[in-house]
Design a protein around this ligand. Structure first.
Ligand SMILES: NC(=O)C1=CN([C@@H]2O[C@H](COP(=O)(O)OP(=O)(O)OC[C@H]3O[C@@H](n4cnc5c(N)ncnc54)[C@H](O)[C@@H]3O)[C@@H](O)[C@H]2O)C=CC1
Ligand SMILES: O=C(O)C1=N[C@H](C(=O)O)C[C@H](O)C1
Length: 266
């Protein structure tokens, strides 16, 4: 396999740390730099708990792109910076693999258009865990027969975006097969605002945030005399690395905008 040189944005984060380790342990990947909002001028090996890698750390992503030649940017930061970094990577001819969630529909459309103009590959995956991708696919299948559905996502309390990217993507996949339908009683009224969660075509998304959680989602379907629950749990962040690795490999073979890991799986 040809070697792929990778920059990671957000190397000190919960996901960034795992990604740095995975890249370091993969023979055909080379970590060439990191982008952090602190620690410019240091090296990855100088950061607590990160492997012994000489790659430099930049605080300014444009300086990083100017000084270091790379094939792929892996972004695991925040919605605000993830979007800026993805755009700048494309403008600099670097293929983005984006795990950062919380982008708006408009931002995704803008990035798709830029990808086409630049004729590059991009992978934006709301969830890199294979089990989560299957949970979303199974939910789409079930929604064909069970249009009464509620999505409950549970995450750690450091998460910035709600609902989660996974819940949004699940709702979008279900929208492809489910007609609009208000969930619950037609005269239902919230006596406390927000009690019924977010509303997507009448389907509701409930977001739970608690310390101790990692990333979990249940998609509940109800019908006459039965319920069906499709559930996925990430119990650690290694669970996402199979998808990050696959995305780095695949993005080098693509000239397309990929939104969702399911589009890379056979
Ligand atoms: N697609 C997927 O499978 C997954 C996606 N995520 C998403 O990935 C993102 C990161 O998640 P976590 O690692 O849990 O968050 P975290 O808060 O642990 O890490 C984010 C890191 O980004 C860094 N950062 C912030 N601004 C920056 C900037 N301008 N330049 C460089 N670095 C910057 C922070 O210092 C921090 O270290 C979130 O959007 C989260 O929703 C998280 C888990 C799985
Ligand atoms: O912030 C997280 O932790 C996660 N974010 C992604 C999301 O918003 O769906 C993926 C996973 O759920 C973990």
């Amino acid at each position: 396999m040809t070697n792929t040189s990778v920059i990671v944005a957000g190397p000190r984060g919960k996901m960034g740390r795992e990604a740095v380790k995975m890249i370091h342990n993969t023979e055909h990947f080379t970590l060439v730099a990191c982008v952090d909002h602190k620690n410019g001028g240091l090296k990855v090996k100088d950061l607590d708990g990160l492997p012994d890698i000489e790659a430099p750390i930049f605080e300014d992503i444009e300086q990083c792109f100017n000084e270091v030649k790379a094939d792929v940017l892996v972004d695991l930061t925040t919605p605000e910076f993830g979007y800026k970094h993805t755009k700048l990577a494309l403008e600099n001819g670097i293929r983005p693999v984006v795990g950062t969630t919380g982008f708006t529909k408009e931002q995704l459309q803008e990035l798709e258009q830029l990808t086409e103009e630049k004729e590059l590959g991009v992978v934006i995956a709301p969830n890199f865990a294979l089990g989560a991708v299957l949970m979303m696919q199974f939910s789409k299948w079930a929604a064909k027969y069970f249009p009464d559905v509620e999505i409950i996502e549970r995450h750690h309390d450091q998460k910035l975006d709600a609902p989660s990217g996974t819940a949004v993507k699940t709702a979008e996949l279900i929208q492809e097969v489910r007609d609009k339908k208000p969930q619950g009683h037609e005269n239902e009224k919230e006596t406390l605002e927000g009690a019924r969660g977010a509303d997507v075509d009448g389907m509701h998304i409930h977001s739970v945030r608690l310390p101790g959680l990692v990333a979990h989602q249940e998609v509940m379907f109800g019908s006459s005399g039965e319920t069906l629950t499709i559930k996925h749990d990430s119990i650690n962040r290694e669970s996402f690395m199979t998808g990050v690795k696959l995305s780095i490999e695949k993005v080098m073979e693509l000239n397309a905008f990929i939104y969702g890991l399911e589009n890379l799986l056979e």
